[in-house]
Ligand binder design. Structure first.
Ligand SMILES: [Ca+2]
Ligand SMILES: [Ca+2]
Length: 162
């Protein structure tokens, strides 16, 4: 959700002596971001969702209670141009079991070439551009190509996205 991290960043800016105007603008931006995904939050319904734009905005690329190992193919809930196009994602899955959504840089790659895990308690990642694939390092914005529901034990400490 980023509330804590962004607040820390805002404090750091203030401490660095930047103008109050900049800090205020950032605070406004934070409020806008929080409103976007919190408004879209459906309650726990068992789904993973992905949007084209930040803050759970723009086109809803897809939603599913299952896995989709290829966001670029012609079947499943994510197809064609959904590939490499998501900028925010949400996990409103039911708690327990495989309740974490792992997003992968490539199709059908599972853990082999970069992934990030979204915990159900995190609710959503409102901006994938400040999340980086575990074990691979590149930004997750406009690059997700598959996803799967996994157990939290499958996600190392550095793989959680926010
Ligand atoms: Ca697909
Ligand atoms: Ca990709």
């Amino acid at each position: 959700m980023h509330k804590m991290g962004t607040a820390v960043a805002a404090l750091a800016l203030a401490a660095a002596g930047l103008t109050g105007t900049a800090t205020t603008a950032q605070a406004e931006n934070v409020r806008a971001q929080e409103a976007g995904c919190s408004t879209a939050w459906p309650g726990r319904d068992g789904y993973v969702r992905a949007w084209k734009d930040v803050n759970c905005g723009g086109t809803l690329l897809g939603l599913t209670q299952g896995d989709d190992i290829n966001w670029a193919d012609g079947w499943g809930q994510f197809q064609g141009s959904d590939n490499d196009n998501a900028s925010s994602v949400m996990n409103s899955g039911y708690l327990g079991g495989e309740d974490v959504v792992a997003f992968y840089r490539n199709a059908g790659q599972r853990y082999q070439d970069g992934f990030g895990c979204l915990a159900p308690g995190e609710l959503y990642a409102d901006w994938l551009g400040d999340n980086y694939y575990y074990g691979q390092g590149s930004s997750m914005n406009d690059s997700i190509s598959s996803h799967a529901w996994v157990y939290s034990t499958g996600c190392p400490s550095g793989s959680w996205i926010t």
